[in-house]
Design a protein around this ligand. Structure first.
Ligand code: 5CA
Ligand code: ZN
Length: 407
């Protein structure tokens, strides 16, 4: 599937240090150790509605990982899926009287425009589920061959009892797992299953639903296996970083990891990164709750995408936070100060700013600390001035290349 246009990335003098990030599985901040090419998978949108600020915050976080790795001298093989067939998409298409394919195409187009406007580096491979049905059913067959799956009326289930190291990502107890499984797309209530936590790998065709031929019969993929199959196909097992929003830790990433382990004997990824939920009025911003601030709406209203990006960067990726009306004015004021300071003919030495932004991002993507370093330089430049004629340009490039903010 077509990705979106890439922002220009201007190289900075020197190289950044290794990226350290929080790993959900171990609960520790760990140093990532990619080879010359780093491999990263981020779960993409289910395109039944436009992207809201919660989605944008998640993709901004993976964009920071991408920028820090590139600055440290790695190429990045970044893979993202889009769930262009799933229950919520079919339900919305039915409710609004549009074809599910048209709905998905329309929303994916808006998403691409939003991501490009926000200077999010596009994935190397942007992969839809519909175009991947064959490789997904192949993985389901591999899993079935290990004996870890069983059938109920043509539906293929992964037997959670056969999952080695189940719980390795989320570290939840069974009660918590059952609760979240029911809330997040699972079917704990299906009585014919061997265990309520067993999950669907392949769903046999239902009347009126789209279906594809496969060695498992006509049907469509379950949710988790789409990401394990696409990641395994494009990145192999044991790639550097897998993740998404924290709502995906369980069941999605736990069950996906179990699938990869079952089929390959290896973990899917070395590090598991999860982004805090963005809320609005006390609730997680979510398409099903309808409490949304859309990126596309803000853009239509003429909000500078660099300002939207700065507003998000003022929050650390791991902390859940609430979008309020105060976000945009505060970010606009910061952008104005930075623009005024970098428009000066000279300023204080900027090498320490580059070093501080690099160090802050490399230490668990501490974007608020990175902004504070630029703030300090901008106030010094505006109040005391400075003699370094190269400094405003270096700050502009630092902000552009590492933070993705065009001044
Ligand atoms: N298509 C699946 C993943 S395979 C999915 O979860 N789609 S989604 O459209 O619901 O979400 C897309 C991404 O945004 C996921 O990584 C999800 O965890 C993240 N996300 C959703 N809501 C929020 C939110 N309020 N704050 C932060 N991230 C969010
Ligand atoms: Zn996913």
């Amino acid at each position: 599937m077509r990705s979106w246009s890439a922002p220009d990335i201007v190289p900075l003098p020197g190289t950044g240090g290794p990226l350290r990030v929080h790993d959900t599985a171990t609960g520790r901040i760990r140093t990532t150790t990619p080879g010359s090419t780093a491999g990263m998978y981020a779960c993409g949108i289910t395109p039944y509605d436009a992207a809201h600020l919660g989605h944008a915050f998640t993709y901004l976080t993976f964009d920071l990982v991408n920028r820090v790795w590139r600055d440290a001298g790695h190429d990045v093989n970044y893979v993202q899926n889009t769930t262009d067939i799933d229950d919520p998409l079919l339900e919305r298409a039915e409710a609004t009287g549009v074809d599910w394919r048209d709905l998905a195409h329309r929303e994916i187009d808006v998403f691409r425009e939003d991501m490009a406007a926000l200077s999010i580096i596009p994935p190397t491979s942007y992969v839809g589920v519909v175009e991947s049905v064959d490789l997904i059913s192949e993985l389901a067959v591999r899993i079935r061959e290990t004996g870890a799956a069983y059938e109920i009326d043509g539906d293929l289930y992964f037997s959670s009892a056969a999952a080695s190291k189940f719980g390795e990502i989320s570290n939840l107890d069974r009660e918590e797992m059952l609760d979240l499984f029911g809330q997040r797309g699972g079917d704990p209530q299906r009585v014919e299953k061997k265990d309520p936590l067993d999950w669907l790998l392949w769903r046999a065709e239902r009347p009126g639903e789209p279906a594809w031929d496969s060695p498992l019969g006509r049907g469509r993929p379950g949710w988790h296996i789409e990401c394990s199959a696409i990641a395994l196909d494009r990145l192999g097992p044991s790639f550097d970083l897998n993740g998404g929003g924290s709502d995906l830790i369980f069941p999605h990433h736990e069950m996906g990891a179990a699938e990869t382990r079952c089929a390959t004997g290896q973990p899917n990824a070395h590090n598991h990164l999860h982004v805090g939920m963005v809320g609005l009025n006390g609730e997680k911003m979510s398409k099903s709750l309808g409490n949304l601030v859309f990126v596309s709406k803000l853009r239509q209203q003429g909000v500078d995408p660099a300002v939207i990006r700065l507003a998000m960067l003022s929050h650390h990726y791991r902390a859940p936070w609430e979008w309020t009306d105060a976000e945009l004015p505060a970010a606009a004021e910061r952008a104005e100060r930075w623009r005024a300071a970098t428009a000066l003919g000279s300023g204080p030495d900027a090498a320490p700013v580059l070093a501080a932004v690099r160090a802050s991002l490399a230490e668990d993507l501490d974007s608020p600390a990175a902004l504070a370093a630029v703030d300090a330089w901008a106030s010094a430049a505006l109040t005391e001035g400075g003699a370094d004629t190269e400094a405003p340009g270096l700050v502009r490039t630092t902000v552009d290349t590492l933070l993705g903010v065009k001044l």
